[in-house]
Design a protein around this ligand. Structure first.
Ligand code: ZN
Length: 278
């Protein structure tokens, strides 16, 4: 599932590719992706004739702004956008096509069909679900150490699921939570309310650092993905924990372990990240 850095990379790429283009019409092949309005015809009617003005991001959501509307799009597991010429073929996994007046089209492809799109009048997207439930952006002024401390001290949940909870901080997923916890030397199963002030300082800093590095890495790879079909936004940050089960910890050499925490595969170094629940 794309996390904040991947979605940010997709946002920047789409910004270059589609801003200024006018939608001639929209074709929806799998209507369940369109969550609002309920009638797909209304979705199509609303967007026909609209010009794309800007691409924003909130957490893991892309917001495609047009002259009148804000289209809130979540890619979930497998959703991908790609820009094509209308003459190019597409497969059965392409579910939504935005046909532009210049003969190109933005295609939404989603093998698992878990992605969602909500259409709002511009300005109404932030005060309605799904965006209204999101916590602060990790890069925003609202995401302070004090804020994080306040949230953590109120819960006995394990720290990993708390960080995955998009109402607390938005944008983190399985990969970057494992990485931030590794860097902050905090065991993923520590109870949130047992973290010391110093640990929260580290964690807060490493959440921001990890995501910043990933966004920069994504930014540096944008160009190579502009022409690759439906693969924009895919890149790999050098990882310390995630996906490294059995490999040596880059800090101490101990094999990285994998456990299941809150239903999610979780990677950590048993030496650098001690449990010590008090
Ligand atoms: Zn280690």
């Amino acid at each position: 599932m794309p996390e904040l850095p991947e979605v940010e990379t997709i946002r920047r790429t789409l910004q270059e590719l589609v801003v200024g283009k006018t939608i001639q019409h929209v074709t929806v092949y799998w209507s369940k992706i369109i969550k609002k309005p309920i009638e797909v015809e209304q979705f199509n009617d609303a967007l026909a004739g609209e010009t794309i003005t800007d691409i924003n991001r909130r957490g893991k959501f892309l917001i495609i702004n047009t002259t009148t509307f804000a289209l809130v799009s979540h890619l979930r597991m497998e959703g991908k956008y790609g820009l094509f010429k209308s003459s190019e073929p597409f497969d059965k996994h392409t579910h939504v096509i935005f046909h532009f007046t210049d003969g190109t089209e933005l295609r939404y492809r989603d093998v698992r069909k878990f992605g969602t799109m909500h259409l709002f009048l511009k300005g109404e997207e932030n005060t309605n679900l799904p965006l209204s439930q999101l916590g602060p952006e990790p890069f925003s002024a609202n995401f302070t150490k004090k804020y994080l401390q306040e949230k953590l001290k109120k819960t006995e949940r394990k720290i990993k699921p708390v960080l995955l909870d998009q109402t607390i901080v938005t944008g983190l997923g399985n990969i970057y939570v494992d990485e931030a916890l590794f860097r902050a030397k905090i065991h993923p199963e520590r109870k949130a309310n047992t973290l010391s002030s110093r640990e929260i300082t580290e964690l807060h800093r490493e959440i921001i650092n990890t995501l910043t590095e990933a966004v920069e890495k994504g930014g540096s790879t944008i160009r190579s993905y502009v022409n690759s079909q439906g693969q924009i936004g895919m890149f790999q940050l050098q990882l310390f924990a995630y996906g490294r089960k059995g490999e040596e910890c880059k800090r101490c050499g101990t094999p990285i372990e994998k456990i299941v925490t809150g239903g999610r595969g979780t990677h950590f170094c048993p030496k650098c990240q001690k449990t010590k629940n008090k």
